[in-house]
Design a protein around this ligand. Structure first.
Ligand code: SAH
Ligand code: SF4
Length: 455
């Protein structure tokens, strides 16, 4: 979501004449878009700010001003503390106020030019009106796009900071999402990943402004699937308790919805899931997976795990190891529990020592990595549709993604860039695959047809 937010901030700033640069020394403004989900995010921020301060001072010696802004969830959580610790920061803004950037930049620029005194501009409000209503039209970049449909969370898992930094759950109206999808599709995007902290809690108004006229993610996906040019749909991140039957049904009958789902489980122990306030048990999760497989037998899952949550016993951890063996996720993210200030987990008794967390993480990751390698190896010799969305490092090479998000390196002509083509997978590595092009997609044929053939 931060990638999406950063792109939208760029969209907001384009009319002011800003263009992106990869070189901080060239930048008239630097925005650090931060994440607060785990670990020393604030420390990382301040060390990065120290580096930017040097650049700002160097440029000032040449008479050039630099605006430094801190955005995102660390900004939301730390607020004025950032300006206090780093007074050279001009703007601190939260994830819900970046549509107001132009106004903040104007004020900061006036201050930099000495026309106005400032001690730093702080805007970490949760405005009543959603930012989406004030953002300019999105600009399509590349062939695969993120599209935020839902933000915030009301679930309050005891480890998680999201409900505090992103605020209450909010769903964008159907038409706004459809219009944004049409715009990026017209700009050449082939694949859309719908985003939300709790994306499957989505319940958008089907008639904007008319509360009560709501429908869920399954219906939204069915409507998005009708948009010409969109050949692949994905969504992330989902909560197991919001896997409604209608959404599961969409996996069975929307060909462009990819057979791959990120569905975080966090722990294999019901006792820990309850302490985490997850509102589901392992059996509930198992039932969701069974239902998905019933409508889409080639469905594969990825997941998130937290090890060393307060009170996690050897038996609880063993249950997590067994779960990883049982579900054989084809990809997984796993983390040591990181106490987040202000969350219930941070003040629970029985915090697990870091050394034990590390030991458990290493043991779990061994299983998770092996599952991933096994799946990659099973894929060898199969033919899959690949969306080429990156240039390869080698001459004449393109990199694309399979329906399961595996990167594939293929020798392919430049015309295939941005296309979906059938690829025979020939080699497997831990994090990627090698393949050969077997069928060049005909320019005028609808890409979704190729998807359907393989589905
Ligand atoms: N909304 C999603 C997850 C959002 S956060 C869900 O409900 O599953 C992304 C992932 O970060 C989580 O799935 C969790 O595994 C991890 N995470 C969140 N807070 C954490 C913390 N305090 N310590 C360690 N990992 C954490
Ligand atoms: Fe955080 Fe996800 Fe739990 Fe919400 S459901 S509190 S975003 S982990």
């Amino acid at each position: 979501m931060n990638v999406y937010d950063s792109d939208r901030m760029a969209d907001v700033l384009t009319p002011l004449g800003y263009v992106a640069t990869a070189v901080p020394d060239d930048a008239d403004m630097v925005i650090l878009n931060t994440c607060h989900i785990r670990e020393k995010a604030a420390e990382k921020l301040f060390s990065e700010l120290g580096r930017l301060r040097n650049i700002k001072e160097r440029r000032l010696e040449d008479g050039i001003a630099t605006v430094i802004a801190v955005a995102g969830c660390v900004a939301q959580a730390e607020g004025a503390e950032i300006i206090k610790r780093a007074p050279y920061v001009d703007i601190v803004l939260g994830p819900q106020t970046y549509h107001r950037l132009p106004e903040m930049v104007a004020r900061a620029s006036r201050a930099a030019a000495g026309q106005q005194e400032t001690k730093g501009i702080l805007d970490i409000e949760f405005p009543d009106e959603p930012k989406f209503d004030h953002l300019p039209e999105v600009t399509a970049k590349g062939f695969s796009a993120f599209l935020s449909v839902q933000e915030g969370c009301d679930k309050f898992c005891t480890f998680c900071v999201v409900p505090y930094t992103r605020g209450a759950e909010f769903s964008r109206p159907f038409d706004d999402v459809i219009n944004e999808a049409r715009t990026v599709a017209a700009g050449g995007v082939r694949e859309i990943t719908l985003l939300g902290q709790n994306v499957n809690a989505y319940h958008g108004e089907t008639i904007k402004g008319k509360s009560g006229s709501e429908a869920g993610l399954g219906e939204l996906i069915r409507q998005l699937a009708e948009i010409e040019g969109i050949s692949r749909l994905r969504y992330t991140t989902s909560h197991p308790i919001d896997m409604a039957d209608d959404l599961i049904a969409a996996h069975g009958n929307v060909a462009t919805l990819m057979p791959f789902l990120h569905l975080p489980i966090q722990s294999g122990s019901d006792r820990i899931l309850s302490r985490m306030n997850r509102h589901h048990r392992i059996d509930d999760y198992r039932r969701v997976v069974d239902k998905l497989l019933a409508v889409r037998p080639d469905m594969k899952l990825s997941s998130d795990f937290i090890v060393g949550f307060p009170g996690e016993s050897d038996e609880d951890f063993e249950a997590t190891m067994n779960l990883a063996r049982e579900f054989q996720f084809v990809q997984a993210y796993s983390f040591k529990y990181s106490p987040r200030p202000g969350t219930p987990g941070a003040v629970m008794q029985d915090q697990i020592p870091e050394a034990l967390q590390s030991e458990r993480l290493a043991a779990l990751q061994e299983i998770l990595e092996q599952n991933q390698i096994n799946f990659n190896q099973q894929c060898v010799d199969s033919v899959v549709p690949v969306l080429f969305d990156r240039q390869g490092r080698k001459d004449g090479q393109l990199v694309g993604r399979t329906p399961y998000m595996q990167p594939v390196h293929v020798q392919a002509p430049q015309e295939m860039f941005g296309q979906i083509a059938e690829v025979k997978l020939t080699s497997a590595h831990a994090n990627s695959l090698g393949g050969e092009l077997i069928l060049a997609a005909h320019q005028s044929s609808p890409m979704s047809e190729i998807e359907k053939v393989s589905a």
